[in-house]
Ligand binder design. Structure first.
Ligand code: THU
Length: 141
């Protein structure tokens, strides 16, 4: 990813927080996703009065992109209002891993716009993926 794309990804991740619907937790999260063909998608967390219905910012961004026909991604950035760097929850890690390889970079942005970079493989080592699933089904039948 070139420096210009990275800058835009970070800006969109910060911007995405602005539409966060988080009246219950008051914890705003924004995400930005860059597809292989250079399209950007934003996502925010969307909560619900039935708390378990909350959807994280990362999954919002992925669902927007995948439902528009994108399945290959170059990078993801996640932003919060916290001074610390906040990393994706377990459900999101599994969700992201469905559409990425172990090398895909994932950036965490804090409230100052500073970032830390990790790879998918670091966030979810030994991930259960589509290949495992297909192999298992073959073994069974
Ligand atoms: N949240 C995200 O959007 N992404 C994460 O990776 C962690 C948590 C949201 C869910 C909920 O709306 C709020 O943050 C507090 O958990």
């Amino acid at each position: 990813m070139d420096a210009q794309d990275q800058k835009k990804l970070f800006r969109l991740a910060m911007e995405a927080k602005e539409t966060s619907y988080s009246p219950y937790s008051k914890f705003r999260v924004g995400a930005a996703l860059l597809t292989k063909d250079g399209t950007f998608f934003k996502g925010c967390n969307v909560e619900n009065s039935s708390y378990g219905g909350a959807i994280c910012a990362e999954r919002t961004a992925y669902v927007k992109a995948v439902s528009e026909g994108h399945r290959q991604f170059r990078a993801l950035a996640v932003s919060t209002d916290q001074e610390d760097f906040v990393s994706p929850c377990g459900i999101c890690r599994q969700f992201i891993s469905e559409f990425s390889n172990a090398e895909m970079p994932i950036y965490f942005l804090n409230n100052k716009g500073e970032h830390r970079e990790f790879t998918m493989g670091q966030l979810l080592p030994l991930a259960f993926n589509l290949e495992n699933h297909i192999e298992r089904n073959h073994e069974k039948s």
